[in-house]
Design a protein around this ligand. Structure first.
Ligand SMILES: [Zn+2]
Length: 364
């Protein structure tokens, strides 16, 4: 039980631009409306309290990765595909670390580079639209929280792609079971196909339009790929991600700028991973703060970037118990020095992190 006193609150809501000074009370892992008797006092003056951050795109295989996420204020993490679900699935919903959700396996085409080069089993291939419902039902049986579809571009060397009809059938099959869909797409052509999904993850790093309405651009990953391709990891990166040879991070920023201006919903996600076959591996936790800064570089206001990491992904993914600071919600909280609603760089000035009311990090 504790009360954070006199603190500026960014409540994560879509309607509150001006933070207010208040006391926030926590008891039993939840935010409560009234001070619990005997509550410990946490000094909030000069600080801002935020909902714990939600990383909408990670690949997790170790508890230490969830601990690192929580240490940096990321209290919820959405795994977007694991070649080893036996390692990933038991990491869901552990105390004291980031709360994990999982897609289990991604849907890919037979012959996909995901299978041939990234260690995913061959049985996860979806031959055609007629196989979509059985594939989705198999993931549900394994415990998938949502469905991930990797829409690869067959024109890139070393891979094959799901047909638009198969992608659409997978989305419909997931919706028939009440599950949300997230589609991976890196090139212009695949972004158009992927736009039938509820969320598109990644943005094109060519100067092109996208039809996505909800996007998790993973700018940290896009920048990492642009930095590494053409250098020592060039061939491996091209083989692994099947991306066009002409890449420019300015195009990724421009894609987000245009999507945001057109009214698309933007979600913060990093693609953090420790996968040796990936072209780049954003660090767990710290990369979320880089992503927030890159979203501001792409034209979001600091408040919009913070929403993209809190209330907006909570709403999109149906995580009704989190993403805002309000009585009744999980006490997933991030207390920082300064005011990130005006200076996004303040998000790394972390004083305290709680996951469901349990201290995950406290500065000296
Ligand atoms: Zn990923």
């Amino acid at each position: 039980m504790f009360t954070i006193t006199g603190v500026r609150v960014f409540d994560g809501s879509a309607s509150t631009d001006a933070p207010v000074l208040t006391d926030v009370h926590v008891s039993g892992g939840r935010i409560v409306a009234t001070p619990p008797p005997g509550a410990e006092v946490v000094e909030g003056r000069g600080r801002t309290l935020l909902p714990g951050l939600i990383d909408t795109h990670v690949h997790v295989e170790r508890r230490a990765e969830l601990a690192e996420l929580a240490r940096w204020g990321v209290t919820t993490a959405l795994d977007m595909g694991s070649p080893r679900p036996a390692a990933t699935l038991p990491l869901r919903h552990l105390d004291g670390v980031a709360d994990l959700f999982s897609a289990v396996y991604p849907a890919v085409a037979p012959g996909s580079a995901t299978i041939r080069q990234m260690g995913y089993p061959a049985h996860i291939a979806v031959p055609g639209a007629a196989d979509a419902q059985a594939w989705v039902d198999a993931r549900i049986a394994e415990g998938a929280d949502y469905i991930k579809i990797a829409v690869e571009d067959p024109r890139q060397p070393g891979t094959t792609g799901l047909s638009p009809a198969t992608v659409t059938a997978l989305v419909e099959a997931a919706h028939a079971r009440g599950l949300l869909t997230v589609a991976h797409a890196v090139t212009a052509a695949t972004h158009r196909i992927a736009s039938v999904a509820d969320v598109v993850t990644h943005v094109p790093i060519q100067a092109v339009a996208s039809g996505a309405r909800v996007v998790s651009p993973t700018l940290t990953m896009m920048r990492g790929i642009c930095d590494t391709v053409g250098r020592r990891f060039a061939l491996r990166a091209l083989a692994a991600l099947r991306i066009a040879p002409r890449m420019d991070f300015a195009h990724a920023l421009g894609s987000v700028r245009r999507l945001h201006a057109e009214g698309a919903t933007v979600l913060a996600g990093t693609d953090s991973n420790s996968d040796g076959t990936a072209p780049f591996s954003p660090a767990f936790g710290t990369s979320m703060h880089q992503e927030l800064r890159l979203l501001v570089d792409a034209g979001l206001s600091p408040v919009e970037a913070l929403r993209a990491a809190t209330s907006v992904p909570a709403k999109v993914f149906g995580l009704d118990d989190r993403g805002v600071v309000a009585p009744g919600k999980r006490a997933d909280l991030l207390l920082v020095d300064g005011d990130p609603t005006t200076d996004i760089h303040s998000t790394v000035r972390i004083a305290h992190v709680w996951t469901a009311g349990v201290t995950a990090f406290r500065s000296m």
